[in-house]
Write a protein that binds this ligand. Structure first.
Ligand code: PMP
Length: 399
């Protein structure tokens, strides 16, 4: 249908809600024989189907009316209590259950961003966060990252240059770059937030997915040690149980959470009660839940190692990458001048795909970068897919 007659009727903010070229290209990857590393999909072979079937039956039998009735916007109380109890000095009232952390990001944008307000983001940052914030018309300030993620000196310089509504940051296995921020930087970030009175939005979607070692404290936990009040924390059941459940949580200072609750009321009244109850049924059995997370870690660690071997074997020497210690992604940097959108077109001809890096940069840089996801691929697919990508890459580098 022609879109022309409708264009003048769209709200001005839709200027910043655009379909992407990449989505169009990636539609082709559904065809048979394709090996795609594009989607950031958690491994479906690790969804706890039987456990979910059992728990659903159990909930419907014992609490069916409650599970299917309207409920409170704040979320299912036992799930809120479970989230609160795993975080330092946090009351259940500080927890808002949301329909995916994606909704959390949208609601944060709704309550914190005025048109033209400065929002600090990493370069690169999570593409979905930019899509969530864009309709609220922020002015982004992109902060560079290095091997250890966001560099505190760059943050301080940006804060000295002018006030910002918040810093959006992923300290643990950043999407897309896979970076893990060390303890010193975490402490520095929290100290800067306190000094400049700027809120930090900490997106901790990949927190549980480390391959070895012990998790580092979250920015939220470090801020709590100093008295709290500066960090809004997001995490999700999407990467440990199943993303289709759409259950996640936002935690933060009481007044901010209250505003988010009021905004959520207008958005969807509440997140699906049955799904919240289901997540609670699963996570409350700590031993089972830890076993589930361990299965995911072991599987992703193996898939990551296969991808590393394949990259070493098939990538031209001009291409560099960051080897992750957890999470779901490899982040590649090709020589300056190589356009990864053009590379995607060639890769699609070879029947493989990835996500070009540029859309992850609020400032439009990063043309020569790309993201590969290893979470859902088999050993054979990784070997063959990376071989194809290597071929496409070499074709681009010789011309
Ligand atoms: N934040 C980050 C960093 C993510 O990678 C994702 C999923 N791709 C999300 C948020 C959204 O997750 P969900 O809405 O499923 O909780």
């Amino acid at each position: 249908m022609e879109t022309q007659p409708y264009e003048p009727r769209f709200a001005a903010r839709t200027q910043r809600i655009q379909a992407s070229t990449i989505r169009e290209i990636l539609k082709l990857t559904q065809s048979p024989g394709f090996i795609s590393f594009a989607g950031g999909l958690p491994a479906a072979d690790l969804f706890p189907l039987e456990r979910i079937a059992e728990a659903t039956q159990h909930i419907l039998r014992d609490q069916g009316a409650q599970a299917l009735q309207y409920s409170t916007t704040e979320g299912y109380p036992p799930l809120r209590a479970w989230v609160a109890q795993r975080l330092p000095r946090t009351a259940p009232e500080q927890v808002q259950i949301v329909s995916g952390s994606q909704q959390g990001l949208d609601l944060i944008g709704k309550v914190l961003i005025d048109p033209g307000a400065r929002v600090l983001v990493e370069a690169p940052t999570y593409l979905g966060a930019l899509s969530a914030f864009n309709p609220y018309e922020p002015e982004y300030v992109s902060l560079p990252i290095d091997e250890e993620g966001l560099e505190p000196g760059a943050l301080e310089a940006a804060l000295q240059a002018g006030a910002a509504r918040f810093l959006y940051v992923m300290p643990t296995f950043q999407n897309p770059s896979g970076r893990l921020m060390g303890l010193k930087r975490r402490q520095a970030l929290v100290e800067l937030a306190r000094k400049y009175r700027v809120l930090i939005v900490e997106d901790d979607a990949y927190a549980e997915l480390y391959f070895s070692g012990r998790p580092l404290p979250t920015l939220y936990a470090l801020d709590q040690e100093l008295g709290g009040g500066n960090v809004i924390y997001l995490s999700t059941a999407s990467k440990t149980l199943a993303p289709g459940l759409r259950v996640a949580w936002v935690v933060g200072p009481g007044p901010v959470i209250q505003k988010i609750t009021h905004a959520k009321q207008g958005a969807d009244l509440h997140s699906p009660t049955l799904n919240q109850m289901l997540v609670y049924e699963l996570v409350k059995e700590e031993a089972w839940y830890q076993g589930q997370i361990q299965r995911i870690r072991t599987t992703y660690q193996a898939r990551c190692a296969w991808m590393l071997e394949a990259l070493q074997r098939h990538m031209p020497k001009e291409v560099g990458w960051h080897t992750p210690q957890g999470g779901m992604f490899f982040w590649l940097t090709a020589p300056e001048g190589l356009d990864s959108l053009e590379l995607l077109r060639r890769a699609v001809e070879e029947k493989t795909a990835f996500v070009p890096g540029q859309p992850f940069f609020a400032d439009g840089s990063g043309k020569n970068t790309l993201r590969l996801s290893y979470s859902s691929a088999s050993h054979e697919e990784i070997e063959e897919g990376i071989k194809r990508l290597g071929r496409a890459m070499k074709r681009m580098l010789v011309v």
